[in-house]
Design a protein around this ligand. Structure first.
Ligand SMILES: Nc1ncnc2c1ncn2[C@@H]1O[C@H](COP(=O)(O)OP(=O)(O)OP(=O)(O)O)[C@@H](O)[C@H]1O
Length: 711
């Protein structure tokens, strides 16, 4: 029986918690009523946070729209530059045709005609030039606004802990929710007065809003960040092993302009416009043919210089866009991830608790010394072999065949720019086909994903895929090169990944598959996902077909297919039309909210399959498979795992195939898992033993192909 003292205390505690979540609740109910307090106020608290989150996600949507508008404007500017080009061509032709005739003295009349003609054209060009200047100015303003909003949002998301509150809250039971949330908002639960807790929440909100406002004011006064751009520009142009710090001196020209603040480059642009105007005035005053020829030369130069400026500003805008990430550093991400995904529970709910507990002794490990060094030198190539290179390199360690592009679909015929190869089909999906293609200009081999769409909704989905890919610049994520839109079809031109699907690669008998190989594949998947999640983007369709190998024998992979990917929205549910449910997370099957950990579930399934060749939830039929998933019914198949697969690997899987979303490791936590410790990998010969999974996977691949081809 509880004493009057503890009863009084618990009444106080509950009242206190209730106040935290709904300041008004107790005023309405009176401070002594215990009844109903456990649930009602929490619901209010959650909905207040929901409102905040909704408003944040609304802001993110607005920013995305703004970004699309900027892309659109860039496109227009590109188009205008083309027009300028055409004008210059016309002038050149006039020059070629008329000047010789004038020199031959074919009449005063044609000379006057020529003069008038050229004056009109020069005027219109000058006007055009000025328009471009204004457009660039508007665009710059837009970009800096965007930057302000993004940075504020990023900071506030990081600092506000609202994410933590919501995600943790949604994943536990109501009572646990109250306790967790009380802890997370850092309330002193033993305080004497509920007033204090109430104040803390209010203060947090105020702090949130104040910070937001401060940031906006501060950013308005602060010029764009040139120093980061410099580093990006250097990294991209760098091909030798010149240290990044020296880069600034070596890259004059484009990188010099990139270092320039957009305001300065705009000033220079406006100056050019004035010079143009001046040159027009002089042209009007002096109209001799020689003078015209001279002015024409100067004028052409001006136009060229202006075009260059436009290109540079365009690049600047792109760079700005690329550098917008909610969290760039690994450390930053850990914090962020820990907000979203709290530390793991001590027990994992699966059928094979015994097996798991033997592996569960493993812990998340601090990156090895070697791994830390990798951070400082992210140019290492992942070979997967210990020949002086790192097994698990961080970041963008090998370049794509082209640098990142921001693509807006062209309303032109794809065949104007590319030669498609219908005989060279790389794969097929729900909506169409992927075939090889060649860029007519550069002769680069690429992959064309042809998507047949008729309905507006389906078109929006493809546009979403393009927009998502525009945000992804990582060597483990396939890059978008170009896009075309027509009435019933989209064509996405992408980087060509020539090794084929991961499972096809590893069943190749020429190569042996070891646990070490698997860990290197999984490491890269986690790297790609960590990057995506840092951008608040979920993949949501991670499966073996969507992981491609760069070449048949190496260990380098890329994630493809961002057709279902989307920006994280706290309450978004996902309906999946999919014939292959084995990789779906329980929340997708249940049509529940999806989140970052939805992708992490898929990592667990893929890892399980790579190590054993078995599909952990596969049932006799689709219903059984779905049932196994929602009940999280799986175990380590004795024959495939016992004495073959390390405890660290098993622990890794156990920490992902967890029913509760908040119980799964985040991508960052995965990357810190002991399984990826190089020292351990060195010590354990076990990791170099050939896995049985290779033969099992052969069966899986054959079966899967068979099913896919069935009508
Ligand atoms: N960039 C690429 N390079 C080489 N092959 C590719 C590339 N992109 C896709 N493929 C091949 O085409 C297949 C289908 O591509 P993708 O998954 O993007 O299409 P989808 O229509 O979205 O498919 P799904 O129905 O799985 O969603 C892939 O499994 C892969 O084999």
């Amino acid at each position: 029986m509880s004493s009057p003292y503890t009863r009084k205390k618990s009444v106080k505690l509950v009242n206190t918690m209730a106040k935290v979540f709904d300041a008004k609740a107790l005023h309405i109910q009176g401070t002594h009523g215990l009844q109903g307090i456990g649930h009602h106020p929490t619901v209010h608290g959650v909905s207040r946070v929901d409102v905040k989150l909704d408003s944040l996600s609304h802001k993110v949507d607005k920013m995305m729209e703004m970004q699309d508008r900027v892309c659109q404007r860039l496109n227009n500017i590109g188009q205008n530059v083309k027009n300028l080009d055409q004008e210059v061509e016309v002038l050149k032709n006039i020059n070629k045709k008329v000047l010789p005739r004038m020199c031959r003295g074919e009449g005063q009349q044609s000379m006057i005609q020529f003069h008038d003609d050229i004056t009109v054209r020069l005027r219109s060009l000058c006007q055009e030039s000025e328009n471009q200047g204004n457009k660039i100015e508007a665009m710059e303003n837009m970009m800096s606004n965007l930057q302000v909003i993004l940075s504020s949002l990023e900071e506030n998301l990081k600092e506000s802990k609202i994410d933590e509150f919501t995600i943790c809250g949604h994943s536990s039971t109501k009572d646990e929710k109250v306790q967790d949330d009380v802890k997370k908002i850092k309330i002193k639960t033993m305080s004497e007065s509920g007033q204090e807790h109430d104040m803390q929440v209010e203060e947090k909100q105020e702090h949130f809003e104040k910070k937001w406002n401060e940031k906006c004011i501060l950013k308005e006064r602060t010029p764009n960040k040139p120093k980061d751009d410099t580093v990006v520009a250097c990294k991209e142009t760098e091909t030798s092993s010149v240290p990044i710090q020296n880069c600034t001196n070596k890259n004059v020209g484009v990188s010099e302009i990139l270092q320039e603040e957009p305001k300065k480059s705009k000033k220079r642009f406006t100056k050019q416009c004035h010079q143009l105007q001046e040159s027009i005035k002089t042209t009007n005053q002096d109209s001799t043919p020689d003078r015209h020829a001279q002015d024409y030369g100067t004028y052409s130069k001006h136009i060229d210089a202006n075009k260059k400026r436009i290109k540079d500003v365009e690049q600047n805008v792109k760079k700005d866009d690329e550098t917008f990430t909610p969290s760039e550093s690994d450390e930053g991400m850990s914090d962020q991830q820990s907000l979203i995904q709290p530390e793991l529970p001590t027990t994992v709910k699966t059928q094979s608790e015994n097996t798991i507990s033997s592996a569960a002794n493993s812990t998340l490990c601090v990156p090895s010394k070697q791994q830390k060094e990798v951070k400082a030198n992210d140019k290492d190539i992942c070979t997967g072999r210990k020949d002086g290179n790192h097994l698990y390199p961080n970041g963008n360690f090998y370049p794509s065949t082209f640098s990142h592009r921001v693509v807006t679909p062209k309303m032109e015929d794809v065949l104007m720019y590319y030669v498609l190869k219908p005989d060279d089909i790389l794969g097929g999906g729900r909506f169409g086909q992927v075939q090889k293609c060649v860029d007519k200009d550069t002769e680069q081999i690429l992959a064309a994903k042809i998507i047949k769409v008729k309905e507006a909704k389906a078109k929006d989905e493809v546009r979403n895929e393009i927009s998502i890919m525009n945000h992804l610049k990582h060597s483990n994520l396939v890059q978008l090169y170009d896009a075309f839109e027509s009435k019933n079809e989209f064509v996405l031109i992408m980087e060509y990944v020539q090794g084929g699907e991961l499972f096809d690669c590893i069943v190749n008998e020429d190569r042996g598959l070891t646990e070490l190989d698997v860990s290197i594949f999984v490491w890269q998947i986690c790297q790609g996902l960590q990057y995506m999640h840092q951008q608040y983007i979920l993949h949501l369709n991670l499966k073996p077909e969507n992981i491609l190998c760069l070449d048949k024998k190496g260990n380098r992979i890329k994630i493809i297919d961002f057709g279902l990917a989307r920006r994280y929205k706290p309450h978004e549910k996902l309906k999946v039309h999919c014939g292959m449910p084995e990789f779906l997370a329980p929340e997708v099957v249940n049509y529940d909210n999806v989140t970052f950990s939805t992708d992490m579930w898929s990592v667990g399934v893929i890892t399980y399959m790579l190590l054993s060749g078995l599909s952990p939830f596969m049932g006799e039929n689709e219903n059984e498979t779905l049932n196994n998933i929602v009940k999280v019914r799986w175990h380590f198949e004795h024959e495939a795992f016992e004495n073959i697969v390390s405890n660290e690997a098993k622990n890794f899987i156990s920490r992902l195939l967890v029913e509760q979303k908040s119980g799964r490791m985040s991508a960052s936590q995965c990357l810190r898992h002991e399984w990826f410790c190089e020292e351990l990998a060195d010590q354990e010969g076990q990791r170099n033993v050939h896995l049985k999974s290779q033969t099992m996977l052969q069966n899986y691949v054959v079966q899967h192909r068979w099913n896919a081809n069935e009508p």
